[in-house]
Design a protein around this ligand. Sequence first.
Ligand SMILES: Cc1cc2nc3c(=O)[nH]c(=O)nc-3n(C[C@H](O)[C@H](O)[C@H](O)COP(=O)(O)OP(=O)(O)OC[C@H]3O[C@@H](n4cnc5c(N)ncnc54)[C@H](O)[C@@H]3O)c2cc1C
Length: 525
Amino acid sequence: MRYDAIVIGGGHNGLVHAAYLARAGRKVLVLERRHVLGGAAVTEEVFPGFRFSVCSYVVSLLRPEIIRELDLPRHGLEILPLDGTFTPMPSGDYLWRMNDHARTRREIARHSRVDAEAYDEYSLAMVEMARFVKPILDMTPPDPWSLNPRELGRLAFLGRRFRGLAPEDRYNQVQLMTMSAVDFLDQWFETDVLKATMSASGIIGTFLGVRSPGTAYVLLHHYMGEIDGAFRSWGLARGGTGAISEAIAGAAREAGVEIRANVAVAKIKVSENRVRGVVLDNGDELDAGLVASSLDPRLTFTRLIDDTQLPDEFVAGVKRYKFRGSSGKVNFALDGLPNFSCLPGEGHHLRGAISISPGIDYMERAYDDAKYGRFSRKPYIDIVIPSLTDPSIAPPGKHVMSCFVQYAPYHLAEGNWDDQREAFGDTVVNTIAEYAPNFKSIVRHRQVVTPLDLEREWGLSEGNIFQGELSLEQLFFLRPVAGWANYKTPIDGLVMCGSATHPGGGIMGAPGRNAALAVLKGGKA
Ligand SMILES: Cc1cc2nc3c(=O)[nH]c(=O)nc-3n(C[C@H](O)[C@H](O)[C@H](O)COP(=O)(O)OP(=O)(O)OC[C@H]3O[C@@H](n4cnc5c(N)ncnc54)[C@H](O)[C@@H]3O)c2cc1C
């Protein structure tokens, strides 16, 4: 069987990539190793009646043009807004930022009037920053070392955009690219808990602390999303994040894509520096003129290809690319709802994100543990209870609760993750119980997902949730390898289309779409 294109991996980026190629008339096959589509954007019934967004759990970054062009609502996509962030504090107080700007401002004023004023200015500045970055998300990064007129044109576009910024926004942009999340936020705010909970977005998926330079950019990365045109808002997909992947798969199938699950690619066939197709793990061979890998560079270039077929310099770049997974996930099936001592009852504060990030020192100490190879004894936890907004995912009266946890370093100084799994799960339970004392009594089941599980089951090397850290040295024209950020590879006809390419991780779809547009422009498939 011969295809125009074979896409390796049925995560959301692989599916987006396939859909765009098929809409342009190509005959496309997607091969997914797991029994279910979606990769890290997946819904699974882990315990009978309880359906979990096992890995990613909230959505914001998914590019609006993909939603529109693939008509995802018609294929079942529905995004329900997440109602703000509630941060309980050990003092018995709390900070609750809601989707309503005026109410959030009043709530912040309860902690500091100065911060309430600054919140307006900060929000405006971040919207400007996100506006500046938005078109960059959808472009193929230029190669700054090339004198090719097309590359120079892209560089000039960036230069013009930067010059077009107001002077204070230019300054902010440079700061965002260089500072730590805490240093950046310190310039605006004085309230410790406010800065701590905001800085948490700066460490997600990195092996950095809130005081490490470079985390201000990651903060911006999580600010770039929008839902229905509302910048910075986050939401839940009805049916879990797997419903996003299923909607994309629906659009892809409608465009003619063939999708096969439970099929792992063992090798990419290459001869005379040109891709020829793939070999499956059962030995079957499939031919195609184009192969698109949505896997990370380590899997693609050291497992699926014999690296002697690649230039040494490129292989060195692949080996330098950092993963350093630092996160885990604990998913709970609950008999009831947690009752927070600082704000008892089943109010609206349970419908948004609940952030265990009570202070900057707390966050930094969580990182200290990770630096020395231990999971955090007092971790940062980002909690959502999606069954409150979408009751279809749990039995009546029961709930699912998703806890994203940092830090859980892939490389442990002592022991291994299979031995540490339950201790890690207990740490999460005990930490939440400090704020919601009824918690232990409502836990019916728990699923502990360690960084090692992310690698073994989801194919995320070293458990990095973004297929490689979103650190400055591996972003934009440096992602995944300097000189190869244009979705191409040294092998003709082999392209990259997953989160390890620009603009990186998150349920965004941009890598898949950008790579497809680059292929179609180059007329390769
Ligand atoms: C725990 C966790 C929490 C997260 N939380 C969020 C969040 O809340 N919001 C957000 O926006 N993002 C979040 N993310 C990040 C986001 O989910 C990922 O960046 C994104 O889903 C990656 O999509 P992808 O298609 O690029 O790659 P993947 O989802 O990694 O897809 C790659 C696919 O390839 C398959 N595969 C691997 N090897 C082979 C092979 N040999 N043959 C065939 N198939 C193969 C894998 O099974 C997988 O399905 C989270 C990620 C994790 C892990």
